[in-house]
Design a protein around this ligand. Structure first.
Ligand SMILES: [Zn+2]
Length: 193
């Protein structure tokens, strides 16, 4: 079989297996609030990394976050390199999500991944979400605070620098949506709109 044909038949095999699991046993277990079978978790993990549809990859990450967070940390770490920001966004949430974990979050393992997002993700929104996550972890790992200061000093985007600076100095920052709304209100008042 030529290489391309082989690659695409492997891809369609992944799609078929993941779609079948999501529509069948996974949906059923979720509906009944039952734990997922180990074999289903493995298929969902495969889907999170290899399904061709980014919405499905995101959905798989959501399922893993809620139903198999502790077992899926490696998958979340890999998904941080996904081509689609909406997939990386959920991977970042899942890797640092404490309410979805049964075991305690391993700060030592988690912080470097979140720092990596802050230092190198191309999406401003992702970098700002990484600031929120690092802020929550800063009291437990000095590297988080150092990374916030580094972003405050040298991020390419002024909004990220501002958020990181606020987070590093006051342990608090206003997420950009609220900041934008406030600016709009001030603008409206100033111009009597
Ligand atoms: Zn979560």
């Amino acid at each position: 079989m030529p290489k391309d044909t082989h690659a695409s038949s492997v891809a369609s095999e992944v799609t078929r297996r993941v779609d079948a699991a999501l529509a069948g046993p996974v949906a059923k277990a979720m509906k009944r609030k039952r734990p997922l079978a180990v074999s289903d978790i493995e298929v969902v993990q495969l889907g999170a990394l290899e399904h061709p549809d980014p919405q499905v990859r995101r959905w798989c990450l959501f399922i893993l976050d809620h139903f198999a967070n502790d077992q899926s940390m490696e998958v979340f770490a890999k998904a941080l390199a996904d081509a689609e920001p909406l997939v990386r966004d959920l991977a970042l949430h899942s890797i640092a999500c404490e309410s979805c974990k049964q075991e305690e979050l391993c700060v030592v393992d988690t912080v470097p991944h979140v720092i990596q997002v802050l230092m190198s993700d191309s999406s401003v929104r992702l970098r700002i979400n990484a600031i929120s996550a690092l802020l929550r972890l800063a009291g437990r790992d000095g590297r988080a605070r150092e990374a916030l200061q580094a972003a405050a000093d040298s991020d390419a985007d002024p909004l990220v620098r501002k958020c990181a600076q606020d987070a590093a100095t006051s342990g608090y920052f206003v997420p950009p949506k609220k900041r934008y709304e406030r600016r709009q209100r001030r603008h409206a008042i100033a111009h009597r709109l």
